[in-house]
Design a protein around this ligand. Sequence first.
Ligand code: CAA
Length: 273
Amino acid sequence: MIDYGTYENLLIETRDPGIVILKLNRPKALNALNSATLKELGFALARIAAEPSVRVLVFTGEGEKAFIAGADITEMKDLSPSDGVYFSQLGHEVAKLLETMPKPTIAAVNGFALGGGTEMAISCDFILASEKAVFGQPEVGLGIIPGFGGTFRLARYVGFPRAKELIFTGRRIKADEAKAIGLCLEVYPAEGFLDQAVEVAKAIALQSASAVQKAKVLMNEFSETTGLNMKIDGEAHAFGRLMTSHDQREGMGAFMEKRKPAFQGLQASEGSK
Ligand code: CAA
């Protein structure tokens, strides 16, 4: 039995042949990503990536409702600009591991995948969705921007104009639309969804692991991950600069108080540098 560590906010299961199921486990907060959870994820993913017997990773959320309802707004609402950069970098570390670890990673999106939730899903090699999945990048409605890779990864899934439309409006999309625009590959009934995702993982796990891993590394290298560190840096700093802005305080305060935000114009929008 391989020891992947003990975590407060993660569950890890294994299935033959060589499939690891990594579950976010903060269902009361709809699996929102706070910095403690991001650190646990970074640690667990590094261990999974280094374990030779692992063929495929399936990444999902515990509970009926959510894959990941985004970065944790309770924690983000009081961040300074420099804390904002650091918080974004923590998320980027996790997203980068999902994207670049040589083993295939499948996002099994079982419910809400908003903000950082969609961003973690699009960092995986592909997305399978339950009929209950809901995707979206609602950050601009909180006075911030996507901070875990949405500004450069979403367009790779759905094309540039659609990515802009989704990020600029922050609208939520359901599983069927997500499939129609190429965000997820397939939509499955909620009942038995994880088993369906594991079946897909098995079809990969039965192939030559060395050939599959080589294919992943080359496909990334030849296309999408070009300039990854520069993109991460650009997004993390832009994300941090918006912390302490009027609109960030108003947007996140409104979420906490369960009311609609009243945003200001451009003059008041950027936080202290
Ligand atoms: N952060 C912190 N807590 C969250 C959360 C989040 N992102 N999403 C949900 N929760 C909490 C709620 O505050 C609530 O807690 P309480 O029971 O203590 O009040 C609990 O989870 C259940 O949520 P709701 O009562 O709101 O459940 P709902 O079914 O009415 O709505 C939802 C579900 C539509 C997902 C709604 O919770 C929601 O809109 N969540 C926020 C989604 C969001 O804006 N995500 C993006 C965050 S920004 C980001 O991710 C930045 C980045 O790129 C790094």
